[in-house]
Each structure stands twice: as structure tokens, then as C-alpha cells.
Design a protein around this ligand. Structure first.
Ligand code: DAH
Length: 347
């Protein structure tokens, strides 16, 4: 016959002195394992006398319940001490740790921030303008005539059916950041100098140099007697700071409806060490704000012949992807959006 009070006492002592994962496991095997005491006691039932059977059955059951409960309690207590489930292998505290992989800002965000920083140091203020625009702000207010090809549904993402009765209030995804000029001038009186960075959208088929979404940075400065020489000085200094002091640039006459006169700025390809085939690369559009744009924004007395002491303005706009591609020698615009870490972590 089994001495149950003694066996239960022994089990309590064994479990009380178990203080790590392996000694707990040894206790479990000793009592509950296949060859442990509890199965052995149950086995002995078959040869026990009928009057002993209830005592033996109850004793074996009590022992199983007690050991199970104590094991559970002990495992939990050990886990809390070690900060997790007790592990069978000892922890090697001298092993070097595994540091978390640090991310960083996307190369386009870096480029956009860098462009804005240069102008902020010259006194410009960065402002945001919405990506959903009215047809008026995106085109009409910028002196872009109703029959201009860029207003075609093939070149702009319209959000609603183009209803002529809406008088320019049709909504669209802005196709450039220039509508930010209209908003700033509507809300603020001159003098002002702002930089407007952000996403723009055009329904272009994607290839190495086109994407339906890309980024631009717009600039607008309005003050008394702003001259074309101010525009040249400002953008020359920007190019030197962004591309380096050795950059060569040229202002090539161009046409934009919202500036008059207008120009495109090219930089010489020789700073890129023969990686590009063309001798000059176009980087931005610019010009003196067309008086018609001032008029549409509600600025008084700015149209007509310019006189000394009158407010005039300069504006420019550049593509962020293009600036980053030139600066870092990136050949395909799609790399910016694929989010392949092998590409991104180079910058
Ligand atoms: N909005 C023009 C574009 O997307 C870029 C541009 C040209 C902006 C001349 C200007 C500017 O502010 O004066 O192609």
C-alpha cells in the first residue's frame, strides 16, 4: 500500500526546491512522466484488493492535481523573473546584441527638404497647398487659356465631369504646384516669398522618365521692383548650393503662360563626369510673374506698364525626381516608387 501523506509531502518539497527550467522538468517527469509515480500508482490498481482501490485511486488523483498545479505556478513565477518563458539554454550575456535596423528618410524627401532648405536660408517660407485643386487655380488663374492642350482630359486627372457651367470650379488633381501661387496671393498681400513643395499628377504612361505622380517645388517672390536679374541671381545661387560651386548654367528663353518673360534653366552636363550624353540638361522653368496672374489673384494696380516702386514678382518650378536623378545619377524614375530597400539604403 502507498504512503500517500508522505508522497504528497515529498512532491511539495521537490517542487519547492526546483528553481530553474530543467529542475522543473525533472519534477514533471518524476511524477507525471510515462515512467513517473502517478502512472505507476494507477498501474498498481489492477493488482490491489477491492477495499484498497478507492484509497489508491483517490491518492493517485490528488497527487496528479497537486503536481500539475504546483508546476504551473512555478513555471509562471520563473517566467516572470526571467522576463519570458523559461528557456532551456542559458543566456550568454557576453554575446553582441542584435541592433534594430534603422530606417531613414526617402531620397525624394531628402532632395525636397534640401531644395527647400536652400531657399529657406534665403528668406523664403515653405507653405503647403492642396493636391486636389479647382480648374481655376490650376489653369485659369495662371493665364492658361481654355483651349490649352494641358487642360485636355488626356493631360489632367479630372475628378468630376467637366461642366462648363461650373466656371473653373471643376475639381482635378493638380498637374503642377503653380496653383499654390494663386492660393498664396489670394490669401496674402505682398511682399512675400514662398516655396511650395508637393506631389503633382499627370495621366502619363509610366516609363524610365515618366510617372503619373511626381513631385515639384514651386517658388514665388513678390516685392517692389523685383527684376529678372534677381531671378537669375537667386537661381544661380540655388544651383551652386544644390549641385556644387563648379556648376555651369544657362537661361534659355521659353514660354509659360503665367510668367512673362519666361525661361528654362539648363545646367552643363560636364559636372556629371561624362555619364550623360546631352551637353545641357533642363532643370527648371521660371520667369517674371505675368501681370494677368496678379490680376486674377486680385492684386490691384499691377497690370499695365511697369513703373518704379511697383510690385513685381518672380516665379519658378522644378521637378524633384529630375533633380535627384541628376544629382545621384539615377537612370529610371520608377526606382523611386518601387521601395526596394537595396536601392533606398544607398542614399
Ligand atoms: N508649372 C511649370 C510646369 O509644371 C513649371 C514652372 C515654369 C513653374 C515656370 C513656374 C514658372 O513657376 O515660372 O512645367
Amino acid at each position: 500500500m502507498w504512503n500517500f501523506p508522505q508522497i504528497l509531502d515529498q512532491a511539495r518539497n521537490d517542487l519547492a526546491s526546483a528553481d530553474d527550467a530543467s529542475s522543473l522538468e525533472a519534477c514533471r517527469l518524476k511524477y507525471l512522466g510515462k515512467k513517473g509515480l502517478v502512472p505507476a500508482i494507477f498501474d498498481s490498481l489492477s493488482s490491489a484488493s477491492p477495499e484498497d482501490k478507492p484509497t489508491i485511486g483517490k491518492g493517485a488523483n490528488d497527487l496528479r492535481v497537486l503536481v500539475t498545479a504546483l508546476l504551473k505556478e512555478k513555471t509562471k513565477a520563473l517566467g516572470a523573473l526571467g522576463g519570458g518563458t523559461p528557456c532551456a539554454r542559458p543566456v550568454d550575456l557576453t554575446m553582441p546584441g542584435v541592433g534594430p535596423a534603422l530606417g531613414h528618410r526617402h531620397v525624394l524627401t531628402q532632395t525636397m527638404t534640401e531644395i527647400c532648405d536652400v531657399f529657406e536660408r534665403m528668406g523664403f517660407v515653405v507653405v503647403e497647398s492642396p493636391e486636389i485643386e479647382t480648374e481655376f487655380n490650376n489653369f485659369t488663374g495662371l493665364n492658361i487659356p481654355i483651349d490649352h492642350p494641358s487642360r485636355d482630359a488626356f493631360d489632367t486627372f479630372y475628378l468630376e465631369a467637366n461642366d462648363p457651367a461650373a466656371k473653373g470650379r471643376n475639381l482635378l488633381l493638380r498637374s503642377h504646384t503653380s496653383p499654390g501661387q494663386v492660393r498664396v496671393m489670394r490669401d496674402h498681400q505682398p511682399p512675400l516669398a514662398v516655396i511650395i513643395p508637393g506631389r503633382v499628377y499627370r495621366p502619363d504612361a509610366g516609363d524610365a522618365s515618366h510617372s503619373f505622380m511626381f513631385h515639384q517645388v514651386e517658388g514665388l517672390l513678390v516685392d517692389k521692383d523685383v527684376k529678372f536679374s534677381d531671378l537669375k541671381g537667386l537661381l544661380s545661387e540655388f544651383c551652386r548650393r544644390f549641385f556644387g560651386p563648379q556648376v555651369k548654367m544657362r537661361f534659355r528663353p521659353h514660354f509659360f503662360p503665367f510668367t512673362e518673360p519666361s525661361a528654362e534653366v539648363d545646367i552643363s552636363a560636364d559636372i556629371f563626369k561624362g555619364t550623360l550624353r546631352k551637353p545641357w540638361l533642363e532643370i527648371l522653368g521660371c520667369g517674371m510673374v505675368n501681370p494677368k496672374v496678379f490680376e486674377a489673384a486680385g492684386y490691384p494696380c499691377l497690370s499695365g506698364r511697369q513703373a518704379a516702386g511697383q510690385y513685381t514678382g518672380l516665379a519658378f518650378g522644378m521637378g524633384v525626381e529630375r533633380m535627384a536623378m541628376l544629382k545621384y545619377g539615377i537612370k529610371d524614375i520608377r526606382l523611386f516608387y518601387e521601395n526596394d530597400v537595396r536601392f533606398l539604403k544607398q542614399f
